[in-house]
Design a protein around this ligand. Structure first.
Ligand SMILES: NC(=O)c1ccc[n+]([C@@H]2O[C@H](COP(=O)([O-])OP(=O)(O)OC[C@H]3O[C@@H](n4cnc5c(N)ncnc54)[C@H](O)[C@@H]3O)[C@@H](O)[C@H]2O)c1
Length: 331
């Protein structure tokens, strides 16, 4: 990234705050911030959406760093502003993710962890003001859109309850930013993958199936396309958004080159050394046919330039998932 970190060596710079610090993307962000010389306060409840062990592994390395402090709390269970200093930067990644699980009785969890938690953090930010508030939003807010790359100006049209809660979070961020003059941005992540990926996500499930000699289950007709984005490219965009007040409102962060599942399966077959087996499952509601980020805004404001190709990124996730200590941190 072309942006210079003006903050890294100043001793009085307040610690950055990362919510969802034990999660897939949050832990990767924490590592990068620490590597840049920042101090970091990570907040995470270690919720049971997936195994605690995976989240612990995400944090193995950073826990040894004296500049990292972990606050293991539910964000709704305390006043989060008690753990940050005025002038800090807040990277809000904690959430209940997953499109398919957001229907039915589970919605309460989504409402709580995506909407209420975001409002709580924003209220706390009005009391103890950060210099930046960066919110992890999602391409899921778009739902089905006309063919071609989707700009931020497209009308949001979520087709899953998860997407509705992420959009509500964005609205809250925009509302508090205007009403209380907070400097904030909502970054719309497009299907993130790479080492550490959540076990419920497609690539993780695909690699696990191949590893165990099982067939990969493809939902629907398998002809969906996604703008897959490597996790370190996402982290580049998040870091850049933390450094410039010019980047406000919504900004797409996507790989910019959507791919179909046939391409993914071809790459996995090459990695496995044999064609992968597939079986079809029923298409769950909430999954759009296609996603494709228009990244002009991210390029202009954040100098965002995804660097990792799908083939290289999948190879890195494969290496992480199939290594002897399968879930080792790093990758
Ligand atoms: N992974 C993707 O492809 C993707 C795509 C679009 C948007 N996002 C967004 O990026 C963010 C990170 O996603 P991820 O894939 O790393 O998910 P993740 O589940 O790995 O990480 C989220 C973390 O938040 C924590 N958390 C949840 N509720 C909490 C609460 N009430 N208090 C404290 N901690 C809480 C969880 O314990 C978890 O460790 C989320 O906001 C998600 O909506 C992810």
């Amino acid at each position: 990234m072309g942006l210079k970190n003006h903050r890294s060596s100043a001793p009085s710079v307040p610690a950055d705050v990362v919510t969802g610090a034990a999660g897939f993307i949050g832990s990767r962000l924490v590592r990068r911030l620490l590597a840049e010389g920042q101090s970091v306060v990570g907040i995470d409840s270690f919720d049971d959406y997936y195994a605690r062990a995976a989240k612990e592994r995400n944090l193995t390395e950073v826990r040894r760093n004296p500049n990292f402090r972990l606050v293991e709390r539910d964000l709704l269970g305390f006043d989060p502003s008690t753990v940050w200093e005025p002038g800090c930067r807040i990277f809000h990644l904690a959430a209940q993710p997953g499109v398919r699980g957001s229907w039915g009785a589970h919605f309460e969890r989504y409402l709580r962890n995506n909407v209420l938690v975001t409002q709580r953090l924003l209220e706390a930010s009005v009391r103890v003001r950060p210099t930046r508030f960066v919110y992890a939003s999602s391409s899921s807010i778009y739902g089905e859109q006309p063919a071609g790359p989707t700009p931020e100006t497209a009308t949001p049209n979520p087709i899953s309850p998860y997407g509705v809660t992420k959009l509500a979070g964005e609205h809250l961020v925009g509302l508090y930013a205007r009403a209380h003059d907070l400097s904030a941005a909502s970054l719309r992540f497009f299907t993130v993958y790479g080492p550490g990926q959540r076990p419920d996500m497609a690539f993780h499930r695909f690699i696990e199936a191949v590893r165990l000699g099982k067939a990969i289950t493809l939902y629907g007709d398998g002809r969906q396309t996604r703008d897959f984005t490597f996790v370190d490219d996402i982290v580049d965009g998040v870091l850049a958004a933390g450094q410039t007040e010019k980047a406000d409102g919504a900004i797409n962060l996507g790989g910019g080159t959507p791919a179909g599942l046939s391409e993914v399966l071809r790459i996995l077959g090459e990695l496995a050394g044999h064609p992968v087996e597939t079986q079809s499952g029923e298409a769950p509601p909430g999954d759009p046919r296609a996603t494709w980020a228009d990244t002009r805004r991210a390029r202009e404001l954040l100098h965002f330039q995804p660097r990792v190709s799908l083939a290289d990124g999948l190879r890195r996730q494969w290496a992480w998932q199939t290594s002897a200590d399968a879930m080792a941190p790093g990758g």
